[in-house]
Ligand binder design. Sequence first.
Ligand code: FAD
Length: 468
Amino acid sequence: MENQYDVVVIGSGPGGYVAAIRASQLGYRVAIVEKYSTLGGTCTNVGCIPAKSLLDSSEHYHQAEVQFKAHGIQTGGISLDFTRFIHRKGEVVAQNTAGLLYLMKKNKIQVYHGVGSFTDATHLKVTATDQTETVLTGRYFIIATGSKPSTIPGVTIDKKRIITSTESLSLPEKPASMVIIGGGVIGVELASVYARIGTSVTIIEYTNNLIPTMDSELGKALQKSLRQLKINILLGSKVQSATNNGTNATVKFLDPQGAPQEITADYCLVAVGRRAYTDGLNLPAAGIQAEKNGKIKVNAKLQTNVPHIYAIGDVIDGPMLAHKAEEEGVFAAETIHGGHPHINYALVPGVVYTWPEVAAVGATEEELKAKGVEYKVGKFPYMASARARASMDTDGFVKVLVSPKYGEILGVHIIGPRAADVIAQSVLAIEQEMTAEELIRSCYAHPTYAEALKDAYLIATGQGAINI
Ligand code: FAD
């Protein structure tokens, strides 16, 4: 009985801890297994939370340096205590991991620290760092083992000069220069952190746009904003190798014309994506086969080919995002309980925490064009927003894509101040199948960043904006 559980969750990231809490709320005896000493997974320890902490600190520094004067604030010379900068991030992470431990206790979830490894389809061996082994028996398992940074041919991560996002969040000193391979979400966020505190940053991106999976207008507008931060952005460039020279790293690449180029910087940060992580799980013992790309295949109920073993989050298909993993955590627990939960994968918002922030939900213009779907565009610039002018955050726009027939909202794409928060209304509106007209008839507080949406819908429906 001691080590017997109804639900054993493997991995304590946003997928795992949410699944464990929901399963416990539904009355199950739950264990969670985490190989590291703190709970929270990538998101809490080396992802969303530390990245946002450094983004906030660096944004304050940058504002003090370049914007305070315009507000009439005189500071004298400012300087950055890099050790404190990194230390504060650690404090934020510690608060969050402690909060998760509290939530496990509150929900009577048994926490096991160690590597979880299947011995068969109903038993999981947990090996702690001191090599002690505990075997857990489960009626159900939820695999939530997440992902790890990946790399490209010719680039070997050594965690010293050729680093991943994980090392970049805890560097020992402020780098004078950094070259970042990859202009996706993680690349542009970390480029912002370091460029704001004075590091000379170059982004090398293979495609012809930044954040290439999002609506292309967002990437183009983001390029402009990041260039204002003096970030050197090299698009259409193919990295061939990265070499650790001891005190710096050299990246060799082909420029858009195919000519060989190289850049040497203090660090080379590899931000080319992440791979599903199942090392050590011994999936075959449970009868589960991972796919070629390492992901675990699941059906629409998130069950693996072994029906009482579920998999969620970064380790399965879909966007590698914390809120997607959380939704799946609830979904798996409720499905085990016999419920019929629902996740609308088309409406998982994508967010980039640069400044201006970028956030989007629904179809991009490129997707609608490819599918031959008719749409009208409503685009409202933050330059025309009273709220944005008050805070001097006028870069960016709101772009809504609306079906001309019934006013169905097909997609919302925002680059602007607090876009990450402003997008919430659009997720709800599309989920609830609201029309552009219904959103126009709703009252928006003035002055707010969200008001820009109302004008964008007025433009998309041909009624004409009030504010431009
Ligand atoms: P993870 O969070 O990766 O957790 C998996 C856990 O399983 C880990 O703790 C791991 O140690 C443990 N584990 C693995 N194998 C075993 C085993 N055999 N036994 C025991 N434990 C095991 N997403 C957002 O939505 N918003 C953001 O702002 C954002 N920012 C990010 C910034 C960075 C720099 C990075 C790297 C990622 C960011 N992400 C963000 C992505 C987000 O972190 C992931 O999508 C999310 O953490 C996935 O959650 P998960 O539960 O699937 O897995």
